[in-house]
Design a protein around this ligand. Structure first.
Ligand SMILES: Cc1cc2nc3c(=O)[nH]c(=O)nc-3n(C[C@H](O)[C@H](O)[C@H](O)COP(=O)(O)O)c2cc1C
Length: 90
Protein backbone atom coordinates (compact mmCIF):
# COMPACT_ATOMS: atom_id res chain seq x y z
CA UNK A 1 0.00 0.00 0.00
CA UNK A 2 1.55 3.30 -1.09
CA UNK A 3 1.56 5.54 1.97
CA UNK A 4 2.09 9.24 2.55
CA UNK A 5 2.43 10.87 5.96
CA UNK A 6 1.97 14.63 6.12
CA UNK A 7 3.10 16.05 9.44
CA UNK A 8 4.06 19.27 11.15
CA UNK A 9 6.43 19.33 14.11
CA UNK A 10 7.64 22.67 15.37
CA UNK A 11 7.96 22.69 19.13
CA UNK A 12 10.07 19.77 20.37
CA UNK A 13 10.11 17.54 17.26
CA UNK A 14 7.81 15.18 19.18
CA UNK A 15 5.51 14.54 16.23
CA UNK A 16 8.47 14.10 13.92
CA UNK A 17 9.81 11.25 16.08
CA UNK A 18 6.45 9.45 15.92
CA UNK A 19 6.04 10.16 12.20
CA UNK A 20 9.48 8.73 11.42
CA UNK A 21 8.78 5.49 13.30
CA UNK A 22 5.44 5.07 11.50
CA UNK A 23 7.03 5.89 8.14
CA UNK A 24 9.69 3.27 8.76
CA UNK A 25 7.11 0.56 9.50
CA UNK A 26 4.74 1.57 6.70
CA UNK A 27 7.51 2.38 4.20
CA UNK A 28 5.81 5.74 3.80
CA UNK A 29 6.93 8.99 2.28
CA UNK A 30 7.16 11.75 4.88
CA UNK A 31 6.41 15.35 3.99
CA UNK A 32 5.60 18.61 5.76
CA UNK A 33 2.57 20.65 4.62
CA UNK A 34 4.74 23.41 3.17
CA UNK A 35 6.69 20.85 1.10
CA UNK A 36 3.66 18.99 -0.21
CA UNK A 37 2.81 19.04 -3.90
CA UNK A 38 -0.95 18.63 -3.54
CA UNK A 39 -1.25 17.10 -7.01
CA UNK A 40 0.78 14.05 -5.83
CA UNK A 41 -1.66 13.07 -3.06
CA UNK A 42 -3.81 11.13 -5.53
CA UNK A 43 -0.90 8.69 -6.05
CA UNK A 44 -1.22 7.30 -2.50
CA UNK A 45 -3.56 4.65 -1.06
CA UNK A 46 -3.13 5.56 2.60
CA UNK A 47 -2.54 9.08 3.91
CA UNK A 48 -1.68 10.05 7.48
CA UNK A 49 -2.01 13.52 8.97
CA UNK A 50 -0.29 14.52 12.20
CA UNK A 51 1.03 17.37 14.32
CA UNK A 52 1.33 18.59 17.87
CA UNK A 53 -1.82 19.95 19.49
CA UNK A 54 -1.93 23.74 19.85
CA UNK A 55 -4.74 25.29 21.84
CA UNK A 56 -6.80 22.17 21.39
CA UNK A 57 -6.28 21.71 17.65
CA UNK A 58 -3.83 20.25 15.18
CA UNK A 59 -1.30 22.81 13.91
CA UNK A 60 -2.86 25.40 11.63
CA UNK A 61 -0.44 24.65 8.78
CA UNK A 62 -1.78 21.08 8.67
CA UNK A 63 -5.42 22.20 8.89
CA UNK A 64 -4.90 24.84 6.19
CA UNK A 65 -3.34 22.25 3.90
CA UNK A 66 -6.26 19.85 4.45
CA UNK A 67 -8.67 22.64 3.49
CA UNK A 68 -6.85 22.92 0.13
CA UNK A 69 -6.87 19.17 -0.62
CA UNK A 70 -9.23 18.17 -3.39
CA UNK A 71 -11.70 15.46 -2.40
CA UNK A 72 -10.24 11.97 -2.82
CA UNK A 73 -11.91 8.67 -3.68
CA UNK A 74 -11.05 5.15 -2.48
CA UNK A 75 -8.38 6.31 -0.01
CA UNK A 76 -7.70 5.26 3.53
CA UNK A 77 -6.58 7.93 5.99
CA UNK A 78 -5.55 8.31 9.60
CA UNK A 79 -4.76 11.16 11.94
CA UNK A 80 -2.33 11.30 14.83
CA UNK A 81 -1.02 13.86 17.27
CA UNK A 82 1.32 14.46 20.15
CA UNK A 83 0.26 16.68 23.02
CA UNK A 84 1.08 17.85 26.49
CA UNK A 85 -2.12 16.58 28.09
CA UNK A 86 -2.73 12.93 28.73
CA UNK A 87 -2.04 10.11 31.12
CA UNK A 88 1.43 8.66 31.29
CA UNK A 89 1.40 4.97 30.36
CA UNK A 90 3.39 2.95 32.89
C1 LIG B 1 1.85 27.28 22.30
C2 LIG B 1 1.54 25.84 22.66
C3 LIG B 1 0.23 25.42 22.80
C4 LIG B 1 -0.06 24.09 23.17
N1 LIG B 1 -1.36 23.72 23.35
C5 LIG B 1 -1.64 22.44 23.77
C6 LIG B 1 -2.98 22.02 24.00
O1 LIG B 1 -3.95 22.78 23.82
N2 LIG B 1 -3.19 20.77 24.44
C7 LIG B 1 -2.16 19.88 24.66
O2 LIG B 1 -2.42 18.75 25.08
N3 LIG B 1 -0.87 20.23 24.41
C8 LIG B 1 -0.59 21.49 23.97
N4 LIG B 1 0.71 21.86 23.73
C9 LIG B 1 1.78 20.83 23.83
C10 LIG B 1 2.14 20.30 22.43
O3 LIG B 1 0.99 19.77 21.77
C11 LIG B 1 3.18 19.17 22.55
O4 LIG B 1 4.38 19.64 23.12
C12 LIG B 1 3.44 18.54 21.19
O5 LIG B 1 4.11 17.29 21.38
C13 LIG B 1 4.30 19.43 20.31
O6 LIG B 1 4.54 18.73 19.11
P1 LIG B 1 5.83 19.02 18.20
O7 LIG B 1 7.04 18.97 19.10
O8 LIG B 1 5.81 17.92 17.19
O9 LIG B 1 5.59 20.38 17.58
C14 LIG B 1 1.00 23.16 23.36
C15 LIG B 1 2.33 23.61 23.18
C16 LIG B 1 2.60 24.92 22.83
C17 LIG B 1 4.04 25.35 22.65
Amino acid sequence: MKTLIIYQSIHHDNTEKIAKVMANVLEAKLVKPQELDISTVAEYDLIGFGSGIYWGKHHKSLLNMVDKLPSQKNKKAFIFSTSGVGKKVS
